[in-house]
Design a protein around this ligand. Structure first.
Ligand SMILES: Nc1nc2c(c(=O)[nH]1)N[C@H]1C(S)=C(S)[C@@H](COP(=O)(O)O)O[C@H]1N2
Ligand SMILES: [Mo]
Length: 319
């Protein structure tokens, strides 16, 4: 039998709030004494990389593309989440106390019946799966993440949009008390709330995920807790975090980055190595943790799954 010298589920005290620590212990205790013995090696591995003990049930991704995962550490310490700060390395600290309890999502616009979904209730009705995806930021860095979530398609079927609905619009939480950059009023970095949108067929594509976790555990605050969008063939800014409203609309929504600078950022934002950003090339990318750059793939490697959505569209024009 393996003897665990130090309780391996216990992260450094200064890295977690007492509540988080309590939840982790409780989740650990739920595993029971039998699994403690069986999973000692796993626990040690998790602790080494500071990965919280698995607390979600999901169908595993078989990783047929053999993607090499970035570490939990890499994924959770280099973040874009402007509501907290524009400093990628400071997001995790400022997000530590972000309160996501009693989270609700308003469903409105062109739907049979507008409603407010309680996230905990919703989670009980959706089956979760792991999706190992490439993730490419428009700035030129990328990573591979084992997200956990359900397809947006399954949620859309549940809330029954009307046939007039042509686009889906998403909004992030507006909360000056919790988001320091929102509290800066007219000096805020961008206009809030953060908004994103998808065409209905993009939203219904099987790749499009509502993610509630990664590496088997619930979504870290800095990565967009408790629920965010993941659209792996588009630049990262489309993957809006901490969603509180989903609206079904007739007109193409204006997303935050398009509003900020429409010459540089468009509505589609499909990953495309052949169309450069006005200020830098998009041909290559640096994977977090790697020194050398690698080639960026058309539609971030998901051409087979999504190229048909843009047939006949000039991808230089529809950026
Ligand atoms: N609400 C909100 N969502 C957001 C952002 C943001 O600043 N606010 N940044 C976007 C950008 S530019 C990227 S690259 C990804 C980063 O996700 P990550 O921190 O999980 O890597 O989130 C996207 N979603
Ligand atoms: Mo990004």
């Amino acid at each position: 039998m393996k003897i665990i010298k130090k309780p391996s589920w216990q992260l450094n005290e200064n890295e977690v709030t007492p509540k988080e620590l309590f939840d982790k212990r409780r989740n650990f205790l739920k595993l029971g004494a039998a699994s403690l013995v069986a999973s000692g090696a796993i626990l040690e591995t998790l602790a080494k990389d500071n990965i919280p003990i698995k607390n979600l049930d999901f169908i595993k991704d078989k990783n047929l593309n053999n993607l090499k995962l970035n570490t939990y550490e890499q994924i959770t310490t280099y973040n874009n989440f402007y509501e907290f700060t524009t400093s990628k390395t400071r997001v995790k600290d400022l997000a530590r106390t972000f309160d996501t309890s009693n989270w609700t999502i308003d469903i409105d616009g062109l739907v049979e019946k507008e409603m407010t979904l309680d996230l905990d209730d919703l989670m009980k009705t959706m089956s979760l799966e792991e999706r190992i995806y490439r993730f490419r930021c428009v700035e030129g860095w990328s990573m591979v993440v084992p997200w956990i979530g359900f397809t947006l398609k399954d949620l859309i079927k549940k809330v029954k949009p009307l046939s007039k609905a042509k686009y889906v619009r998403f909004e992030t939480l507006l909360d000056e008390e919790q988001f320091p950059d929102q509290a800066r009023g007219i000096f805020a970095t961008i206009k809030y709330p953060y908004v994103e949108g998808l065409r209905m067929d993009e939203a219904m594509n099987d790749l499009t995920l509502m993610a509630v976790g990664l590496y088997g555990s619930k979504m870290p605050n800095q990565n967009g807790a408790p629920i965010r969008l993941i659209v792996p063939w588009k630049y990262g800014f489309k993957s809006i975090k901490s969603i509180v409203r989903i609206s079904f609309v007739e007109e193409q929504p204006v997303n935050s980055w398009q509003e900020q600078n429409s010459r540089e950022y468009g509505f589609y934002a499909n990953v495309n190595p052949n169309v450069d950003h006005p200020r830098w090339s998009q041909k290559r990318e640096r994977v977090l943790g790697k020194f050398f750059k690698q080639d960026t793939l058309m539609f971030n490697g998901y051409e087979k799954e999504v190229a048909h959505l843009y047939k006949g569209m000039d991808l230089r024009k529809f950026i």
